[in-house]
Design a protein around this ligand. Structure first.
Ligand SMILES: [Zn+2]
Length: 243
C-alpha cells in the first residue's frame, strides 16, 4: 500500500482499538462515548459483531473507526461499538446502547443524530441514506442530499459515487424491529438519519478475520472522499439543524 495520509493512518489506528469479535470484560459495556462540542452525534452501533435472532452478525468494519475520526475532525459527539454485543441496537428496543444514547441527548444539546452503517461491496451504490422516507428528519433531507451531492455523491451517479435515497435502507424498522434512527426520532424527538457506506469505501486494511467481504479493500482516495463528504455533512447539519 502506498503511503497513507495522516488521517487515514489515524483511521486505521482508531479501528485497531475495536475488539470486533470479543465481548467486553465483565462489568463493562460493549460501547463507548467520545464526547464532543458540536450539537450533533455520530452513532456506530454495528462497529463490532452483534447478536440478532440467535445468530452472530459480523461487524460493519471501520464504522466505529470512521465515527471516531469524524468526531476528532469535527467535534461531533460519538457513540460507538467497541466490543462484540449480545444484542443489536439497530433491531431491538430497550437495549443498553439506546439507553446510553438517550442519556447523552439528555445531557448535551444535540440537534441531530447520524447513524453510520456498512453495506456489502456487491451493492450498486457507494452510500445509502435512510430517513424513513423523510419522516426522521423533517425538512432536512434536501439539506443532506445537497451536501452529499456537493461532495461527489449523487443519486444519478454510477458505481461508488452513487447515492441511494430511502430505497435499499430506509431505516424504517417494523413493528418488532426498531432502528436507531427510528428510536431517536420516534422516542426522543431528535432528527436523525442512517447512512450505509459500501465496504469498498471504508475497508482500508483488514484488521478483523471474517468471511464477509474477505477480498474487499478500499482505494485510499475513495476513503478520503467519504471522510471529506461526511465532515461537510456534519458541519452543515450542526449549523442548520437548530430547528
Ligand atoms: Zn449495520
Amino acid at each position: 500500500m502506498a503511503q497513507l495520509s495522516a488521517r487515514l493512518e489515524r483511521l486505521i489506528a482508531l479501528e485497531s482499538q475495536i475488539a470486533h469479535k470479543t465481548p467486553p470484560p465483565a462489568g463493562e459495556m460493549e460501547f463507548a462515548c467520545q464526547p464532543g462540542t458540536l450539537p450533533l452525534l455520530i452513532s456506530a452501533p454495528h462497529g463490532a459483531a452483534h447478536w440478532r435472532q440467535g445468530k452472530v452478525k459480523e461487524e460493519d468494519e471501520y464504522t466505529s473507526g470512521l465515527a471516531r475520526l469524524l468526531g476528532e475532525l469535527t467535534g461531533a459527539h460519538v457513540l460507538y461499538a467497541r466490543c462484540q454485543s449480545n444484542t443489536d441496537p439497530n433491531f431491538y428496543r430497550g437495549v443498553p446502547y439506546k439507553q446510553r444514547l438517550a442519556e447523552i441527548l439528555d445531557e448535551a444539546p444535540v440537534h441531530f443524530v447520524l447513524d453510520l452503517h456498512g453495506c456489502a461491496p456487491r451493492r450498486e451504490f457507494g452510500l445509502a441514506l435512510g430517513t424513513m422516507k423523510g419522516r426522521s428528519c423533517p425538512g432536512m433531507r434536501e439539506e443532506i442530499l445537497d451536501s452529499l451531492c456537493a461532495n461527489g455523491f449523487h443519486p444519478q451517479a454510477k458505481g461508488l459515487r452513487s447515492l441511494d435515497v430511502d430505497k435499499a435502507f430506509p431505516a424504517l424498522g417494523k413493528k418488532d424491529r426498531e432502528t436507531v434512527t427510528g428510536f431517536v426520532w420516534g422516542t426522543l424527538g431528535v432528527p436523525a438519519a442512517q447512512l450505509e457506506i459500501n465496504a469498498k469505501l471504508r475497508i482500508l486494511k483488514r484488521l478483523s478475520p471474517g468471511e464477509a467481504h474477505e477480498n474487499t479493500l478500499a482505494d485510499p482516495w475513495d476513503v478520503e472522499q467519504v471522510i471529506d463528504a461526511l465532515c461537510s455533512l456534519v458541519f452543515r447539519l450542526a449549523r442548520d439543524g437548530r430547528a
